[in-house]
Design a protein around this ligand. Structure first.
Ligand SMILES: NC(=O)c1ccc[n+]([C@@H]2O[C@H](COP(=O)([O-])OP(=O)(O)OC[C@H]3O[C@@H](n4cnc5c(N)ncnc54)[C@H](O)[C@@H]3O)[C@@H](O)[C@H]2O)c1
Length: 281
């Protein structure tokens, strides 16, 4: 029998890959969020988790709906606050009845992007806030988990990145620097988490995806179409990203760590595609 995945499939194939696993999922805001899709897929694969987001985000999105659907509890936490993260981890371990097996960090925000400040005209207070939310928060999450010894052996921690960490995408602004910072934190902390706790840490470099964060990037429509035309397999959707993340949370990828894993339909290795060439002929 052959199974095929496509962007529109409604009936996900379930493998019970995460049965018995407990986790924390950061960053589900609305049904377009990559974290939202991941929570749904983790639930379908038998994993249990707590959902968390910044207290302010509780008013913006509809995370309650996701909690109800997946039988999860919500613990608000600002990911830049170590105190909030300590409470979150303690409560998660208590609610879930044991140590944590998987963590998704699906958080990104640039105040300069939001305010329309050009890369060459940054407000540095905004720059600091952006890297704190988008990159240092990942270090904070891991440091709290590490110090509390809250992760089970062979657990898996994933954060989401974008190829602007390696290549120039002018409108991605200071988020490019934040993603480079994030990927470096994954490698550096991942070394100690692997050596000391047998926990793996990776980043997934995802295609441009229509979400609230994605839409904040200037010229996003052109950006996403260009990426689609450049990628031999087309852009990866949020649901496809969720599916990939599940493999990284499962026991099938235990020795994958310190990696930035491209989940982009092949975009990152293409110089130019035939369909882009044809636009200039
Ligand atoms: N959408 C894309 O095109 C794309 C591409 C590659 C990578 N990513 C990355 O994927 C991740 C998820 O973004 P998304 O596209 O699902 O958008 P999204 O807007 O749905 O998710 C971003 C989340 O970050 C949360 N957040 C912001 N500040 C926070 C804080 N201080 N504490 C806790 N949470 C906070 C928001 O509330 C929101 O839930 C981000 O890291 C983003 O950079 C997105």
């Amino acid at each position: 029998m052959t199974f095929s995945f496509n962007k529109n499939f409604k009936n996900n194939i379930m493998y019970n890959l995460l049965k018995g696993k407990r986790g924390i999922i950061f960053g589900a805001l609305d049904e377009n969020s990559i974290a939202w899709k991941t929570a749904e897929r983790v639930h379908e694969e038998g994993g249990v988790f707590v959902l968390t987001n910044a207290p302010a985000a509780m008013r913006l999105g509809n995370i309650d709906e996701l909690a109800l659907k997946t039988g999860s509890q919500i613990i608000p936490a600002d990911a830049t606050s170590v105190e909030d993260l300590e409470i979150l981890v303690d409560k998660a371990v208590e609610i879930l009845g044991g140590k944590i097996d998987f963590v998704l960090h699906s958080i990104g925000m640039s105040v300069n992007v939001r305010k329309g400040n050009h890369y060459t005209d940054q407000n540095y207070e905004m720059t600091e806030k952006g890297w704190n939310v988008s990159a240092v928060s990942f270090h904070k999450v891991m440091q709290v988990l590490y110090k509390k010894d809250a992760m089970n052996e062979w657990g898996s921690i994933v954060a989401l990145s974008y190829v602007a960490a390696q290549r120039v995408f002018p409108n991605y602004n200071d988020m490019a620097d934040n993603k480079a910072f994030l990927e470096s934190v994954a490698r550096s902390f991942g070394y100690f988490f692997g050596r000391d706790k047998k926990v793996r840490v990776n980043t997934i470099s995802q295609s441009p995806t229509l979400t609230r964060a994605g839409n904040g990037v200037k010229g996003f429509d052109g950006f996403i179409t260009y990426s689609e035309k450049m990628s031999p397999l087309g852009n990866a959707s949020a649901l496809e990203c969720a599916n990939y993340t599940i493999t990284l949370f499962s026991d099938l990828t235990r020795k994958v760590t310190l990696q930035n894993l491209y989940h982009d339909g092949g975009f990152s290795n293409v110089g130019v595609s035939q369909s882009v060439i044809e636009m200039f002929e």
